[in-house]
Ligand binder design. Structure first.
Ligand code: HGY
Ligand code: MN
Ligand code: MN
Length: 417
């Protein structure tokens, strides 16, 4: 079986672990995410790797014992009705690369499956990697709620996890370097017909939860000039967020979730909860756009006399990835005689969180139709197989570098020649 064939088989099997409906739905911290981790751990056991799961639900597959160790990984939770490649490609590619090089390395070799990477359910992304790196503020999960009003902490506890007990285990020097393979989720590589992307900066994310109040009452008997309609106020906010995003040029601003209460055909909406997602690869611009959104919401609510509460769910700055593992990826592309492109990531990734505690890099494979977070998300497993070979080479190089072993391809001459 070729690498691409094994990837196809495993991707199809993981796509079955879903809540049903179009695409893949594997909610963060839910039972299906646990099932997917268990399935991958069973495949890893066939490679001789043992699995450990931390209290936050991050699963580590140990291909090569010992510390320090090299780490490759990604996530298996998904957005509602997402694609089968987002996150999954990085976990499976990490396993392929780890299995192929672990026995040659002096360093240890591990694959990590982060829990709750998607911000779709609770509004804040990368909860598993934040907990593993010690970046999560105390009580964080108690204050995050999903669309049904359930806290991230309760959902995690129901899945047998204890995130509040997760030790900050992911950091240098125990972790020598972290690599992640991910679909680009954009259009650049496909448009430029390049099979590999070495990411330089990962966009940040400002997430604002907005509660707009109103006066719920009969839609048939309440005069138009005597209403306090939370949804029409929210509609103004949504369009203003779009305008601010358009003006941001390099950034984006989106309202992807909006819950109306009581959401009844014959009742003037009494309340709306919506979440704003503001992103940019420049911290200053992102802060400016988030401030403009806050000001617009306050202005609109004030003009309408609508009560409003704005709560920050996340404020994550853009992250420039480490030169060392990025160079290792670039050199590995060269060894494979493969062109690559350096590009930013508009999507957030666990690599952006890990980068704060260990040298991290991110390798993209193309998204043929440029679409993601949707059932028709696409990816060519031949491209992923190529990425596996590149990551394997990069791991060998990082292993040598970390031990101060010169590159055997270079003729190292001392100053006296
Ligand atoms: O939403 C994102 O940035 C990514 O899919 N986690
Ligand atoms: Mn992802
Ligand atoms: Mn995603």
């Amino acid at each position: 079986m070729t690498v691409a064939e094994r990837l196809d088989t495993r991707l199809a099997a993981l796509a079955e672990i879903s809540a049903g409906g179009p695409g893949v739905t594997r909610p963060s911290f839910g039972a299906l995410e646990r099932d997917a981790h268990a399935q991958v751990a069973a495949w890893a056991a066939q490679d001789g790797a043992r699995a450990e799961t931390d209290p936050a639900g991050n699963t580590v597959l140990i291909y090569g014992e010992g510390e320090p160790y090299l780490l490759v990984g990604s996530h298996l939770d998904s957005v509602p009705e997402g694609g089968r490649y987002d996150g999954t490609v990085g976990v499976l590619a990490g396993m392929e690369a780890a299995a192929s090089v672990a026995s040659e390395l002096e360093l240890g070799m591990r694959v990590v499956i982060f829990s709750a990477e998607e911000g779709a359910r609770f509004g804040r992304p990368c909860l598993g990697s934040e907990l593993a790196t010690g970046a999560a503020p105390d009580g964080l999960l108690d204050g995050l709620r999903d669309g049904e009003g359930r806290s991230a902490a309760d959902v995690a506890h129901e899945s047998g996890l204890r995130p509040e007990a997760c030790p900050p285990w992911l950091r240098a020097p125990e972790v020598a370097a972290y690599l992640e393979v991910h679909i680009e989720q954009g259009r650049v590589l496909e448009r430029e017909r390049v099979r590999l992307g070495v990411v330089d900066v990962i966009a940040g994310a400002a997430r604002l939860e907005v509660e707009l109040g109103g006066r719920p009452e009969h839609s048939g008997t309440t005069p138009m000039d005597d209403r306090l309609d939370a949804l029409t106020a929210a509609a103004e906010v949504v369009l203003e967020v779009e305008r601010i995003g358009r003006e941001a040029r390099h950034g984006v601003a989106t309202v992807g979730r909006l819950d109306v209460h009581p959401n009844s055909v014959t009742t003037v909406p009494g309340g709306v909860r919506l979440v704003v997602d503001v992103r940019d690869v420049d911290a200053g611009r992102q802060d400016e756009a988030a401030a403009a959104v806050r000001a617009a919401i306050t202005r609109i609510a004030g003009a309408r006399g609508t009560p409003v509460e704005i709560r920050e769910l996340a404020s994550r700055a853009p992250v420039m990835l480490s030169a060392w593992p990025r160079l290792a990826l670039a050199q590995a592309c060269g060894e494979e005689r493969l062109p690559f492109r350096v590009l930013p990531s508009g999507a957030g990734h666990d690599a952006a969180v890990v980068a704060h505690t260990a040298p991290s890099a991110l390798l993209f494979v193309p998204t043929p139709n440029g679409r993601s977070h949707t059932p028709d998300e696409a990816c060519r497993t031949e491209d992923v197989a190529v990425a596996c070979a590149v990551v394997a080479r990069a791991l060998r190089r990082l292993d040598r570098d970390a031990r101060g072993v010169a590159d055997p391809d270079l003729t190292t001459t001392t100053p006296e020649g």
